[in-house]
Design a protein around this ligand. Structure first.
Ligand code: C2E
Ligand code: CA
Ligand code: CA
Length: 828
């Protein structure tokens, strides 16, 4: 910048050897600036270098150094060179004036001084000087700017010779500015660059219009390769281009940044288009701005259609059960400025409506100022993964060959079953089953047929089991069955029988018929095992026990249970044989009218005679017959026999009724009524002579279930008796609704009647009730005359009991009927 103080306050020096002249001059200029005097040339030089005047009024004629000599010295001192020097002389001849001006003085004043003219001139020079100083400062500034521009600036004449360059140090082309002046453009920039810009140079020179272009710079000073942007501005004079200004800017950084950006964009786009995940980008409001091809494929929306729509229109998210929609995670990502993971069990509803399991996550996109400008959601189809996971879980818990649960799943269920059993106080059974001799069968028929057999065994086992049971393949030909909710040991025994029967059915494969048997070992919680491990171990050792006995065997781990079960099986087997061989006999016990001692009827009681002639009490085998449903054929047999015998008695003239005991198992059976009718018909039995006895306990519990059957029986004339009355706690109030004809007072009351007062009261109450309801009363278990007397006194007249008659055979009963007298001795 210019020093303003020197502009505002010019320094004027007056040099003259005569004081009068100095005074005149001083008066003329004193208000124009700061004024200094010197009275000799030497003094002038001395003072000038101290006060650095802007203008010197220099007298030419002085003793010693004259004005010109002073002038010449001043011009050699750089600091003082630019002083404007105005010569002053008394010799106003033309020569001196010319000499003064031609030597470099800026003006010439003559003495005597014309003060106003001199002032005007001096003022003009001061103003000029001021302008000159401003200009110089401006130029310096400009030069500073130009020299420090991060650009190459040069002016070239039309003939390409350099007039000026700002590259003081020669950074651009290796040539400093002072050496570049006068050099040819081609020489300076080199052939390569010159040729590259030639067409632009040509344009500028011919058309005079400015041009700009990018230029690749080779081997410029800093780099092997860099990029420049060149601007050429023509200087036109009189319509002709006389030269041009060249501005060259290094744009390498920008170019590299652009290239890097492009590359980055390319990389991202290639990446997004080639990754396996679907990607959707949105703006802050959730409008789709980008979709990659996978996103298009999964949503079934094309990017062009989707862009601009709200994400929830394109990517519809539903919960696992498709009950409600889920918010797209981008919204949370935008709101909370963080990555948001998928919600569990998320489904994508595709444009076609199809649902697809997906896994997604969203992340916000931020700009340089860390503001969220949008978000990206990334997701992928996990239907297969999920299906695979389900499959894997299934595989992990199931046997591949039979698809049965494996030991692992069994373990879980066994633990649960035991927990349940603890709460419900019932049992859990574990059965280990091993096919007999399967190894040799497998070797003989080949493994694939063997596998088929195992699969069929598996499905038969499942067929036999209840839904809550678990059939598991332990490997090889060994299966484990877990039976929870077991109420009785007998039920397990039945299950074993059913399983063994199912396996024993022939297997008919395309390869042929195969007969298999299996051994089973059983362990029971809590009877013989306290936990799952014991169940396994005990069932296993029971299996070994069974196998040691041969094929088609089963064994309970508990010795007691095993014995009971064996006895039971034996009994059942014998019972079946007895039925088949018609070994069962029907005996009869008379019902006698105490008043007349006449037999009025008989009760049929089943008898089973063992090989040794001993009779087995029905109390021992009827319960098992009921459990195994053998009571149905047995009951039918007794009924038929009884009817047949009764008809025979009728034919002999004995019109007596026959009572037959009926089990609830029979009553529940749908075909019961039919069976009775058929039997009546087949035997020719009079309906009204048949009496069916149903125990009171059954009636009390199953009243509604059997009521209709009883009703129907009575409609066809068959009488119904309530057996063991007084033990079943039937509410007396609904007794009157029972479709019954007879009450049989239970023998326990009759037996205790004479010793226990309470029993007398009960018997009395029953008799009174029966009489009130118009029912026939029969006292059971009458063993003494005292009982008879008491019963008769209370109003019961029909007696059944050893006092009158033991259960006897048909033949004996026939004899009894013939004599028709009271008999106390047993005939059999
Ligand atoms: P229940 O129907 O109460 O039969 C009467 C039982 O009392 C008979 O026993 C009979 O022998 C016995 N008894 C008769 N008078 C006396 C006596 O004065 N003193 C003593 N102590 N006992 C006497 P049984 O024949 O052993 O039959 C037992 C039970 O077996 C029967 O009791 C009945 O519930 C059932 N039962 C017998 N036969 C059949 C049948 O064919 N079908 C069905 N479902 N159950 C039958
Ligand atoms: Ca009875
Ligand atoms: Ca009875």
């Amino acid at each position: 910048m210019l020093d303003t103080s020197c502009i505002d306050q010019p320094v004027i020096m007056i040099v003259d050897d005569q004081a009068s002249n100095i005074r005149i001059l001083h008066e003329a200029v004193q208000d124009l600036g700061q004024v200094y005097f010197a009275t000799s040339g030497e003094a002038a030089l001395n003072l000038a270098s101290k006060c650095l005047p802007d203008v010197i009024l220099l007298d030419i004629e002085m003793p010693g150094m004259n004005g010109f000599a002073v002038f010449n010295v001043l011009k050699t001192i750089p600091r003082l060179q630019d002083i404007s020097i105005i010569f002053v002389t008394a010799h106003a001849n033309g020569d001196e004036e010319v000499r003064a001006l031609s030597s470099g003085g800026v003006d010439f004043l003559t003495k005597p001084l014309n003060v106003p003219v001199a002032r005007a001139r001096i003022k003009t020079h001061i103003a000029l000087l001021r302008e000159k100083q401003k200009l110089a400062a401006a130029r310096r500034d400009l030069e500073d700017v130009i020299h420090h521009l991060p650009a190459f600036v040069a002016y070239w004449h039309a003939n390409f010779s350099c007039a000026f360059s700002n590259d003081v140090e020669g950074n651009w082309f290796g040539i400093p500015a002072d050496q570049m002046a006068g050099q040819n453009l081609r020489t300076v920039v080199g052939d390569y660059h010159f040729d590259a810009m030639y067409e632009y140079l040509d344009t500028v020179l011919k058309q005079g219009t400015p041009v700009s272009f990018d230029l690749t710079l080779r081997q410029s000073c800093h780099r092997l390769l860099s990029f420049g942007h060149v601007t050429l501005v023509a200087r036109v004079e009189d319509g002709v281009c006389v030269g041009f200004l060249m501005l060259l800017v290094d744009i390498t950084e920008r170019k590299l940044a652009e290239a890097a950006l492009f590359e980055e964009k390319e990389r991202i786009s290639v990446m997004l288009n080639s990754i396996g995940d679907a990607v959707i980008a949105t703006d802050r409001q959730g409008h789709v701005t980008f979709m990659n091809p996978i996103a298009e494929a999964l949503t079934e929306w094309s990017a062009s259609e989707a862009v601009g729509r709200l994400i929830e229109d394109v990517m519809i998210l539903r919960d696992g059960s498709d009950e409600f929609s889920l918010q797209n995670p981008i919204y949370l990502a935008i709101k909370e400025k963080r990555v948001v993971a998928m919600s569990l069990n998320c489904k994508l509803r595709r444009r076609s409506g199809e649902l697809m399991d997906i896994e997604d996550s969203a992340a916000p996109i931020r700009n340089l100022d860390d503001e969220v400008t949008g978000a990206i959601v990334v997701f992928h189809d996990i239907s297969e993964t999920r299906a695979m996971a389900v499959k894997m879980t299934h595989l992990a818990y199931h046997d591949a060959l039979t698809n049965l649960p494996n030991r692992m799943l069994l373990q879980d269920r066994a633990v649960q079953a035991i927990q349940q059993a603890q709460i419900k106080l019932d049992r859990v059974a574990m059965l280990v089953l091993d096919l007999d001799d399967f190894k040799s069968i497998n070797d003989a028929i080949g493994h694939s047929t063997g596998d088929t057999l195992l699969q069929q065994v598996a499905s038969r086992l499942k067929g036999v089991c209840r839904p809550m049971d678990t059939v598991c393949r332990q490997g090889g030909d060994e299966f484990i069955l877990l039976l929870p909710d077991i109420h009785s040991v007998e039920a397990v025994g039945d299950m074993i029988q059913r399983i063994q029967a199912a396996i024993a059915e022939p297997f008919l494969l395309s390869q042929g018929r195969y007969d298999l048997t299996a051994c089973i070992g059983v362990s029971l919680y809590p009877d013989d095992s306290g936990n799952v491990d014991e169940l396994y171990r005990h069932a296993d050792s029971a299996l070994h026990q069974a196998k040691s006995q041969g094929r088609h065997r089963s064994s309970f781990f508990s010795v007691d249970i095993e014995h009971n079960m064996q006895a039971r099986y034996l009994l059942e087997r014998h019972m079946r044989e007895a039925l088949e061989d018609r070994i069962f006999e029907v005996h009869y016990q008379a019902k006698v009218d105490a008043g007349t001692d006449q037999v009025v009827g008989v009760e049929a009681l089943i008898r089973w005679r063992r090989d040794d002639g001993q009779l087995i009490s029905p109390a021992l085998f009827i319960p098992l017959a009921e459990e195994t449903a053998l009571i149905i054929p047995i009951g039918k047999y007794v009924l038929y026999q009884a009817c047949q015998d009764a008809v025979l008695w009728q034919q002999q003239g004995y019109e007596i009724s026959v009572s037959v005991n009926v089990s609830v198992i029979q009553l529940r059976e749908a075909g019961f009524l039919h069976m009775v009718k058929d039997t009546l018909k087949a035997t020719g039995m009079k309906h009204n002579l048949l009496e069916l006895e149903i125990t009171e306990g059954v009636l009390a519990q199953e009243f509604y279930a059997v009521r209709e059957t009883l009703q129907s029986l009575r409609e066809i004339g068959v009488r119904v008796a309530i057996d063991d009355f007084g033990t079943g706690y039937s509410g007396l109030s609904y007794l009157k609704h029972f479709p019954v004809d007879v009450l049989k007072i239970d023998q326990s009351f009759v037996r205790e009647m004479l010793v226990e007062k309470s029993d007398v009261a009960i018997v009395e109450a029953i008799i009174r009730l029966g009489t009130a309801l118009g029912l026939e009363l029969v006292a059971e278990g009458v063993e003494s005359a005292g009982q008879v007397t008491a019963l008769v006194r209370m109003g019961c007249h029909i007696m059944q009991g050893f006092w009158y008659c033991q259960p006897i055979t048909y033949d004996d009963m026939t004899l009894r009927l013939k004599s028709n007298t009271k008999k106390t001795d047993s005939i059999n």
